[in-house]
Design a protein around this ligand. Structure first.
Ligand code: SF4
Ligand code: SF4
Length: 273
């Protein structure tokens, strides 16, 4: 019998059209993996993983996100697939909105699966606002058709999940797992990645950003890069324990105090609608 859990998150794309400082998924760096060429999760690979885990976990909510999920050309198919495999889950889709025009009939999938689409506003700059304003009528038409579409402002309350940037990024040296976990903003964000379960995006996608910036030889990262996810070999008891566990040793890489700042986003060149 599948193990009942609260939440799980799955990337339809590691890639993102925005580049936000402090992205805990490292999607601001254009990360990718062998299983997701170009940073886009192939449908057949995703289907294999989701099918396998649908027999092991029963999440109350299932989040499809990224990166930017709308970059994935099979976006709509993934929504139907996830609901088919996890029929009792509450399906939520997170997007920065700008590329939703690539999926003009997404509302059909949202309505059919009773999914919620949450669009987060990621900037105040005139160029960003102008691009977002082009998308708003489409969102309005989906709402009028009966889809659950929510728009919220995510410009506040960002923080650095690591120190430095790019090839100079390093873990925090606080090394206080309990304190870091207590303030952690990602503790309810377990990931399904590389056909394994991970406690949070910071650890799930760390290997990808290490590949991108050649961080594997950096001593400060080594203990964290050695962390592995929970595979399908795990017993139900191990899966239940994984989700019940609070701080773990590798929480030591995270800050014990979140110094909040207003979001700094750089726009990509991608076409909006
Ligand atoms: S839009 Fe979201 S996923 Fe993309 S870089 Fe910004 S925070 Fe990360
Ligand atoms: S490693 Fe621990 S403290 Fe850091 S983001 Fe993940 S769950 Fe939170």
């Amino acid at each position: 019998m599948a193990v009942q859990i609260n939440d799980i998150q799955f990337h339809l794309a590691h890639a993102c059209n925005l580049h936000c400082k402090g992205c805990s998924h490292y999607s601001n760096y254009g990360v990718k993996s062998a299983s997701a060429p170009g940073g886009i999760m192939p449908y057949e690979t995703g289907k294999e993983w989701l099918t396998a885990w649908s027999k092991r976990i029963k999440p109350r909510t299932f989040h499809l996100l990224g990166g930017e999920p709308a970059i994935n050309p099979r976006f709509k198919d993934y929504i139907y697939l996830t609901k088919e495999l996890f029929p009792e889950t509450e399906l939520r889709i997170f997007s920065n909105g700008l590329l939703l025009g690539r999926h003009p009939t997404l509302d059909e999938a949202l309505i059919a699966t009773d999914a919620s689409l949450v669009v987060s506003i990621h900037g105040k700059e005139p160029d960003y606002v102008a691009r977002m304003n082009k998308v708003m009528p489409l969102l309005g038409s989906w709402q009028q058709a009966g889809a659950k579409v929510f728009v919220y402002n995510s410009n506040e309350n960002w923080y650095d999940p690591y120190v430095g940037e790019g090839k100079n990024m390093r873990p925090f040296a606080d090394n206080n797992p309990r304190k870091a976990w207590e303030v952690c903003a990602e503790k309810a964000c377990p990931q399904l990645h590389e056909n394994k379960l991970w406690k949070c995006p910071s650890i799930a996608y760390l290997g990808q950003v290490a590949d991108r910036f050649d961080l594997h030889g950096v001593p400060e990262w080594k203990p964290y890069l050695a962390v592995d996810g929970l595979s399908l070999d795990a017993t139900d008891a191990e899966i239940a324990a994984f989700f019940a566990e609070e701080e773990v040793d590798y929480c030591g890489m995270c800050p014990t105090k979140l110094d909040r700042f207003e979001l700094e986003t750089t726009l990509g060149e991608e076409e909006v609608v």
